[in-house]
Every structure is written in C-alpha cells, then in structure tokens.
Design a protein around this ligand. Structure first.
Ligand SMILES: [Zn+2]
Length: 270
C-alpha cells in the first residue's frame, strides 16, 4: 500500500447520507458506507434511518429503510448480510458459498471473499471496524463495543484473515468508523476490570477525579489490538467523530439515554 488517506467525508446517494473513508475509496473493488441516521422513514427516537427491530421500531419502517439503502447503492436486498451482534467475539466466515440466512445468529463479525455480498454491522456508539486485505481481496466487518473489545474481537478477526485466507497482516487496511469518543465515554469497574485483566498496557483508559470512574477510548483500544495483531500503524484509519457528540447525525445509545435506533455500516467486494 502506498499513501493511506486519513480523511473521511460526508456524502449523499439519493436520500441516504453517509460517511466514507477516502482510504477505502482508493480501492475500486470496494463499495462501502458508514450510514448516518438520515435517509429513511422511521419516526420519533428512531428518526429516521434505523435498521434495528430490537429497539422497538416498526418492522415496516425498517423494511422501507432497507429498500432505500438497496436502491441507493444498487445492491439487491438479499445482498446484505448481517450478524446478530451479541457483544461476543465469534466471527462468521463466508468462503465461497451463499449463506442460507442473511442474519447470522450468535456472531459479531463477518469475513468474506465473496463479491456482491455486503457485510453489515449496526451501531449506536459501538465501533464498526472494516478490514480489507487489499492484495487477496478479502473483507471483514466487525462490531466492537467494550465487551467485544475486551474479548479481543479485532485481533480475532485478523487471526481469521491469516489462518483462513492466508493474509499477511501488513496487507490489511483497517478503517474504524464513527463511535462514541473518549469525550463522552465514562465507565466504571464493570468495564475497566474485564478490559484490563491480564493486560500489560491500558493506555486507552484515563483516570478521572472520581474514584472507580475512568474514561475509555474505544477506538484506541481497538487500534492497539490491531497493531498487536501485526497491522502497520499507517494502515489503521480512524474517523475522529463521536456519535454521542453528534446525535444530529448519528444514533447514540449514551447520547440519547438508550432510546434510539441503529445506523448501518457496510462494505462489499463489487
Ligand atoms: Zn463525545
């Protein structure tokens, strides 16, 4: 890889407003978008491009939102593959065959080398991570909240690239999308303990004036994990956007006290 752009920009396709990474745009075999909350038909706290039924939105609204996304990006509805997202560390591997189900239960990540399959994760503060082996043309989408991060899901994903697709970590580009930033992410022992147990360095936590409270930098934690897994620091790109500071653009679980929707983030080999 040559020069890797650190830039992101907001774009619009038909009704859909999304953020894109210029580093990923360099690879013309990739289609991707970190969608914002705008472009859909959902109402109230889910206003308006919500993709999660679990939050209490009407199924019909989500179906319409899916159709809007599909039309805007010219990807058939059946071309999107999601995972259940249980805050675990299991990664589904799609190596050739078309999966029967378009939502994998029990998983938080997907890795595939199959063209025409859009790998999607839904977020509202959690971190969406896109991984691309730019030489072997293998892609991955990972959902990393604090639990998945504590379990090491980003490093596990790199391990799948290496073991199942024979990737070299130095060929992998990682793009970290919008998530809650350290500006808004105060946590307690419930998060601090499992994330630091048995680990030497934990620079991604900062102490506060209050006992038992820390500030967590979720992006930095995943960045460290990816570097430890062998990715080159220059090949890790991070959107410096906090979802909680930007509830006018993104759904934020914390910024909206749990009463909100989920935006969709996807990448696909064309
Ligand atoms: Zn913030």
């Amino acid at each position: 890889m040559t020069h890797i752009s650190q830039e992101f920009r907001f774009c619009k396709k038909e009704k859909v407003r999304f953020l894109e990474s210029l580093a990923l745009r360099e690879y013309d075999f990739i289609e991707h978008a970190f969608c914002t909350r705008w472009g859909g038909v959902s109402q109230g706290p889910f206003s308006n491009f919500n993709f999660s039924i679990q939050v209490g939105d009407k199924e019909g609204n989500i179906e319409q939102n899916r159709e809007i996304l599909s039309t805007a990006f010219h990807i058939p509805l059946g071309g999107f593959l999601t995972v259940e997202q249980v805050h675990g560390d299991k990664i589904a591997i799609i190596n050739g065959d078309v999966p029967d189900s378009h939502c994998y239960p029990g998983y938080d990540g997907i890795i595939s080398n199959r063209p025409g399959l859009a790998l999607a994760v839904k977020t509202a503060d959690c971190l969406p991570i896109f991984l691309v082996d730019t030489k072997k043309r293998v892609i991955g989408a990972v959902h990393a909240g604090w639990r998945g991060t504590a379990l090491g899901i980003a490093a596990r994903a790199v391990d799948v690239f290496v073991k199942k697709f024979f990737s070299s970590p130095s060929d992998i580009l990682a793009v970290l999308g919008p998530s809650i930033g350290p500006c808004c992410y105060e946590v307690d022992e419930k998060v601090f303990n499992p994330m630091t147990e048995g680990r030497g360095s934990n620079d991604f936590f900062k102490g506060t004036d209050q006992k038992g409270k820390w500030i967590l930098d979720l992006k930095m934690a995943n960045n460290c994990q990816l570097e430890d897994a062998g990715l080159l620091p220059d090949n890790i790109v991070s959107a410096k956007i906090c979802t909680s500071c930007n509830v006018e653009k993104f759904f934020s679980h914390r910024g909206e006290e749990g009463n909100t929707g989920r935006q969709i983030n996807f990448l696909m080999i064309k």
